[in-house]
Ligand binder design. Sequence first.
Ligand code: AMP
Length: 438
Amino acid sequence: MSFSALGLRAELLLAVGEQGYTTPTPIQAQAIPAVLAGRDLMGGAQTGTGKTAGFTLPLLHRLAEQPSPAHGRMPIRALILVPTRELAAQVQASVFTYGKHLPKIRSLSVYGGVGFHPQVQALKRGIDILVATPGRLLDHLSQRTVDLSKVQTLVLDEADRMLDMGFLPDIRKVLAYLPKQRQNLLFSATFSDEIKRLADGFMHDPLLIEVARRNAAAELIEQRVCPVDRERKKDLLAHLITEGDWQQVLVFTRTKHGANNLAEKLVKSGIRADAIHGNKSQPARTRALAEFKAGKIKVLVATDIAARGLDIDELPHVVNFELPHVANDYVHRIGRTGRAGSSGEAISLVCVDELGLLRDIERLTKREIRKEIVPGFEIDPRIKAEPIVQGKRGQQQRRPSNAPRKAAGNRGQNAPRQPAGRAGSKNSRDSGRRSFAY
Ligand code: AMP
């Protein structure tokens, strides 16, 4: 199947060709004709499947077919809701790239953590496609600096992630500002009952497309667990990077504090590293990402929220320095590697505290992950499991033995307005005084 068979305008095919894409990915082959036909769509696809082009290309096609009035302010005709600022910026970059040969389609991304006023000015100039995070969009709606009454297509991208981040109430509020008659597209790596309930509430006879097995981690990703004692994780990571001569690795921690600490420690061991998380300014995050992509830094340490939507081509290694509390996050994390057909490796450093989390992940992905102890990092069976202290949105951090009990994770600009409140009692499974055993 070639792109030209999908019915897209020549300007879009030209842009696709310039990107070097020769064949549509499975989600593109299914989604593009359906979106062109005006259907509602629920796409089960994680990052790396080409889903962004899957909805952006037909959206651009439809907008170009009915140009906005030549005079007066252009009404927003398409709204794309995304969970994070990084994803907002990236989706808008895709809209720009794919739409650059079309006659004047304007797009804008609005998200928190950057100035409000420049966004107001840009909105005033007229926008066809708005990409937004729910929180900042609601701020604009309440100030009446945005008008969504002419939206024809709504896209919810990474819907599962938005729900995990506690954005459901915000999404519902935004929906109330949209015209009833519209096309709805929803993309999600997984379909929980909560997502299905949300979709049932506003979608009309959606076409269901699933490109990856439900909740399955991508087949191309080689997954491995390295059991290790908690205090030796940093040394093991440095060892893996050095021994493997890794040039580019994305490392996940559960907390912002943990991300900073780890990046500092790696730098001290002579490994070029930086951290990216919600407490860093947008320019600092953009710079770290650019340096990582350019190979100036080898290791980017990120929290789940900050890493969402990072588009890094052919990332060879992803390391879970700590397992996520929400098993779904594991699928998202490892989806950063093995993208669009290239293979990748995802290694999880798992200490005795995290065995319950590991079991949750294996249950969700319906596969047992290969365990491999790295020589020199054998487990000390005398070390017993300690509880993982929990912060907001299911984040956890291990409480240093000398530190007072305190919730982790401040509400950053990009943090959810309401905690997701799903961590709860699940965590008690990890608190048993258990030694490492499979
Ligand atoms: P996404 O899943 O939308 O985040 O896209 C993942 C990556 O795949 C991006 O880097 C895209 O540039 C790339 N991509 C999208 N569509 C194709 C295609 N048809 N062929 C090759 N690469 C693609």
